[in-house]
Design a protein around this ligand. Structure first.
Ligand code: HEC
Length: 242
């Protein structure tokens, strides 16, 4: 057999094998479905690729760790400001500073009160963030940076309590944050976060005829092009790039 023929024959076998495989999938996709396939899928005969297996409840629980502002999704636990201080010093201060003021160029966690409307707003947990759940959820899923999800639940509560203390949101070192009182703690900037209300608040603007006054008469025309009028400075004359 020539080399070409051999290759062609091999190709034929592959095609046949592929056809058989596809055939068996097409004939009975459900019989081969892994355990845990929903009754709905069984009944509708939804086709599956038979790759992998259904996730277990424990696996889903590992991913399903979001915490909502009303406390939904909180893990059970508790921790005081006092307990949080040494943990924060050991796990967080190297980057975020002993008072949350930041070390070097890492993000700040405190300060910035009253700066939001200024030219240079400083957006910290106390000055900007909406909910305590935003803080706890963030720390829970991603901090300490490089060793995420290494904190126990009680450590998480204690460190969150300490970060709230750094922001003057809780006032005493004896304060204990726990899954019962969590939703009662409010951050100062919460009321500035609200559902998009533009449909109502900008209703007057979204009319068929847009509000335009003092428009130039006639149609708009292109009268020049940047390339033609040579706006790019010559290298010798132009400002020096740093
Ligand atoms: C090795 C340095 C490092 C350590 C240690 C560390 N962080 Fe962070 N942290 C970061 C970096 C970097 C970011 C920004 C990450 C990003 O934007 O993706 C961040 C972001 C944050 C934010 C969000 C800040 C913002 O305004 O966006 C919070 C809250 C936070 N860290 C809390 C903590 C807590 C609490 C600890 C200790 C348990 C901790 N971090 C430990 C580096 C660190």
């Amino acid at each position: 057999m020539s080399r070409f023929l051999k290759l062609a024959a091999l190709g034929m076998c592959a095609l046949l094998a592929g056809g058989l495989l596809a055939g068996s999938l097409a004939i009975d996709p459900i019989a081969a479905a892994p355990k845990g396939v929903s009754a709905h899928k069984q009944a509708t005969g939804e086709k599956r690729l038979n790759i992998g297996r259904a996730a277990t409840l424990a696996e889903i629980a590992g991913w399903d760790i979001d915490i909502r502002p009303d406390g939904h999704g909180l893990p059970p636990g508790k921790g005081t400001v006092k307990a949080g201080e040494p943990l924060y010093m050991a796990e967080c201060a190297a980057c975020h500073g002993e008072f949350g003021e930041s070390a070097g160029r890492w993000p700040i966690l405190s300060g910035g009160g009253g700066t939001l409307a200024s030219h240079d707003p400083v957006k910290s947990i106390g000055s900007y963030w909406p909910y305590v759940s935003t803080v706890m959820d963030y720390i829970r899923r991603s901090m300490p940076f490089g060793n995420a999800q290494s904190l126990t639940n009680d450590e998480l509560y204690a460190i969150t309590a300490y970060v709230l203390y750094l922001n003057d949101i809780v006032k005493t070192e004896d304060f204990e944050l726990n899954d019962k009182n969590f939703a009662t703690i409010k951050l100062p900037n919460e009321s500035n976060f609200f559902d998009d209300d533009r449909e109502k608040s900008e209703k007057a603007f979204w009319r068929k005829q847009p509000c335009m006054a003092n428009c130039a008469p006639g149609e708009a025309k292109v009268t020049g092009r940047a390339r033609a009028i040579d706006v790019t400075p010559e290298s010798a004359k132009g400002p020096k790039a740093e």
